[in-house]
Design a protein around this ligand. Sequence first.
Ligand code: G4P
Ligand code: NA
Ligand code: NA
Length: 191
Amino acid sequence: MKILEDRIRRDGTVLPGDVLKVDNFLNHQIDPQLMDELGAEFARYFEDVGVTKILTVESSGIAPAVMAGLHLKVPVIFARKHKSLTLTDNLYTAKVYSYTKRVTNDISIDRRFLSTTDKVLIIDDFLANGQAVQGLLDITTAAQIPVAGVGVVIEKRFQKGHELVKAAGVPLVALASIAAFEDGQVAFSQD
Ligand code: G4P
Ligand code: NA
Ligand code: NA
């Protein structure tokens, strides 16, 4: 998606460890107009496949997920990473290992918000090693809910997540696909 690639070139910073810092429009300060356009683009890809709910993980997945939900006119559920006072039992949970932080966290979704008649679209900000998406896929498997696809704002094509989603047989849409970081510059993949 051209406007997103342009924005990454303009405002993204490549940090050591193959990390792209995009905190002025996605991960800290959020650009609502850009999010709206990303949501519309996700909706164009997934409008005809019967999506009834969008799933994401707090916190950075929420903005693009809500905009996709707005355009697809479906509710958005974010998996929680921390136990909430009002979220006590009756949960679907999955373990998510973070390679960058080297910790395993539980994510949870209240069972009331998912039913076997749902068909979900998974949205996230980054697809890196794919562990967050894997956790959401584990929950949909446990809940016996079909997955229409996975949509990510930015994928790092060279890390494990892309292949993981493909291997699961789930359609994958990345609005920006990074092939490599070369001398502090972003090289987008062309396919
Ligand atoms: P994974 O979700 O694909 O498995 O990624 P990984 O464990 O490697 O990364 C852990 C966290 O770092 C995730 O956010 C993920 O979105 C984020 N991340 C991975 N690669 C990049 C990158 O190149 N740039 C940026 N900005 N973030 C990256 P999280 O811990 O779930 O946090 P949040 O959603 O609360 O922000
Ligand atoms: Na995320
Ligand atoms: Na993040």
